[in-house]
Design a protein around this ligand. Structure first.
Ligand code: CP3
Length: 344
């Protein structure tokens, strides 16, 4: 374990400013990444440990963020479950969606060895990173992973077939969620063994279903992944995007930190969320399209929150989107580091 400001905050220590990193910080906005993409496809970058490690560390050097997140994707789990996946220029596409999930165990053929190249990438990051830079590992949460598997495409963001099976075919949905969870646990624990300092569970599409249904059908699986990661000695950050007031029902057993989306004001989130759970978030990534004066005005609103809350990691409410000027992202990091957070 290193002694970075990110790790100190996760451990409950006192620091004079919040740590900062961004979801999707490696791809999408860095000129150095876009330059590499002229030469290599996304899959090549991800599958070659030396390149994946290089991309993972780009934001640490270019933006000055306080943590690196592994350059990979949540869809490696469906791939290792036996689905045929292509990352095209317009996003990931499965050869064939899993429309019929009546018997997922007979359709899918989990092969955990298909994830080995990712552990090699982690080893390479650990070997080459600055010693005080923590590495964040991750996986998709079971529902978001199921959404892509059942729908096949990422272009339809309402995932009607995936949501439909939660109502129409609960038993099969549970079988599929179990398969995803089992492999995700093995994957997560291996990431910890290879040296990550924190683990984030991405439930990007939590907001597609009512919070009650989320807690009934999905949360038990998230809890299993989280418990395994914590047992392995690694802190957990959970992003349930769009869960709304449902965040009030998350317990410290579920996660150490909760990543708040941009829909929920950070002070409201702090009041709703269990006091032992830390908060991460929650700048609207689209604000970074605005001029720097407008961005600074919004950042200033975080100062009183940051002075009163030590258990807070600055981040976006969701990931970077293509087109955000690199200078604006860099300005946010500099601003967070230079501001007087009035912490006593
Ligand atoms: O900083 C990073 O980029 C870290 C690595 C990372 C990627 N994907 C790389 C990637 C992480 C943490 C993810 C998570 C991920 N992948 C999620 C959950 C988080 C979120 O932002 O909601 C989801 C839903 C996916 C699935 C996925 N992968 C989609 C829908 C797409 C296409 C649209 C998009 O966001 O770009 C991807 C492609 C992808 N994954 C890219 C990168 C860098 C773009 C590939 C390229 O360079 O062309």
């Amino acid at each position: 374990m290193n002694n970075s400001i990110f790790t100190q905050t996760l451990k409950g220590g006192k620091t004079d400013r919040p740590p900062v990193w961004f979801m999707r910080q490696a791809g999408r906005v860095l000129p150095s990444y876009l330059k590499l993409r002229e030469q290599y496809s996304f899959s090549e970058l991800m599958a070659t440990p030396e390149l994946a490690a290089k991309v993972t560390l780009l934001p640490v050097y270019d933006l000055g963020v306080d943590a690196a997140i592994l350059f990979s994707d949540i869809l490696v789990i469906p791939e290792a479950l036996g689905m045929n996946l292509n990352f095209t220029d317009s996003g990931p596409k499965f050869g064939k969606a899993l429309k019929d999930i009546s018997d997922p165990a007979s359709t899918l053929h989990p092969d955990a060895s298909k994830l080995e190249y990712i552990y090699k990438a982690i080893d390479e990051v650990i070997k080459t990173k600055p010693s005080d830079t923590p590495l964040i590992g991750f996986c998709g949460a079971p529902f978001t992973t199921l959404c892509y598997m059942v729908q096949g495409l990422s272009s339809n963001h309402t995932f009607p077939d995936a949501v439909g099976i939660l109502y129409q075919n609960k038993k099969s949905a549970h079988k599929l969620l179990s398969l995803i969870t089992e492999l995700s646990i093995e994957y997560a624990v291996n990431q910890v063994k290879h040296g990550i300092s924190a683990f984030q569970i991405f439930e990007t599409h939590a907001g597609l279903i009512p919070a009650d249904l989320y807690f009934e059908m999905i949360m038990p699986y998230v809890r299993k992944i989280s418990a395994a990661v914590k047992l392995a000695g690694c802190p957990v950050i959970f992003l349930p995007k769009g869960l709304g007031t449902g965040i009030a029902n998350i317990t410290p057993e579920d996660t150490d930190y909760l990543s708040i989306d941009w829909q929920t004001p950070i002070e409201v989130a702090r009041r709703l969320v269990h006091p032992e759970i830390g908060i991460q978030g929650n700048l609207d990534p689209r604000l970074l399209m605005a001029d720097q004066e407008t961005i600074t005005e919004t950042l200033e609103k975080y100062v009183s929150f940051g002075s009163e809350n030590q258990n807070w990691i600055f981040n976006l409410g969701h990931g970077f989107i293509p087109g955000i000027p690199y200078e604006n992202a860099k300005m946010v990091v500099d601003w967070i580091k230079q501001t007087n957070w009035k912490r006593t």
